[in-house]
Design a protein around this ligand. Structure first.
Ligand code: HEM
Length: 165
């Protein structure tokens, strides 16, 4: 791979990371507290969040796929060298980063699944009991927070890889 090709792959990886991490942080740190100032109704806030989440998924899911493809491309040679993977700090950080990415994918998949179409419709058409609503909201919050924490931890390992610690 030439230096220019390498730069383009890193650029694409960085854009996708900005979309994924920036978008998730925006939802968690800006939008959620803002919605609390907009309305006291938990149901109304959830309506907006479900719709925002669905809209965000349209770029978040492709961004995650791009991150995985460019990430694997970036580390292709090393992934084929188990001796180096296990004996260098770069290899160890890469393994930890990949494990965190797998945990992120699983969390995201559960998150998408619990707000699948039928549940969303039940919620949007107010056919959900207060108890069901509370349970759904709690799950969404825990999964969302886990995704943000995992994404930020992944960035730490990206920085360690980049610095060659
Ligand atoms: C949510 C998923 C991910 C995020 C947010 C993320 C983020 C980043 C960021 C910000 C960089 C720094 C770019 C640089 O300076 O080189 C980076 C580099 C890198 N990432 Fe990822 N990444 C993700 C997934 C992956 C995956 C799945 C792999 C491998 C299978 C991977 C492998 C790499 C490699 C090898 C580098 C280059 C490190 C170096 O400079 O040597 N990434 N990543």
């Amino acid at each position: 791979m030439t230096a220019l090709e390498q730069a383009i792959i890193t650029w694409i990886h960085l854009i996708a990371a900005a979309v994924w991490v920036g978008g998730s942080l925006f939802i968690g740190v800006v939008l959620t507290p803002f919605l609390k100032t907009l309305t006291d109704s938990v149901e109304e806030r959830m309506h907006i969040m479900v719709r925002v989440g669905r809209q965000f998924n349209k770029i978040a899911m492709p961004a995650l796929i791009v991150l995985i493809v460019t990430g694997v491309y970036n580390s292709y040679e090393l992934l084929g060298r188990p001796d180096l993977l296990l004996s260098t700090s770069y290899g160890t950080f890469l393994i930890i980063k990949i494990v965190l990415v797998i945990a992120l994918i699983i969390t995201y998949a559960i998150h998408v699944r619990i707000i699948r179409k039928d549940i969303e419709e039940k919620f949007l058409f107010a056919q959900m009991s207060a108890f069901e609503l509370k349970r759904l909201r709690k799950k969404i919050i825990i999964l969302g927070e886990t995704m943000v924490v995992l994404s930020v931890a992944i960035l730490l390992f990206a920085a360690l890889l980049d610095a060659g610690v």
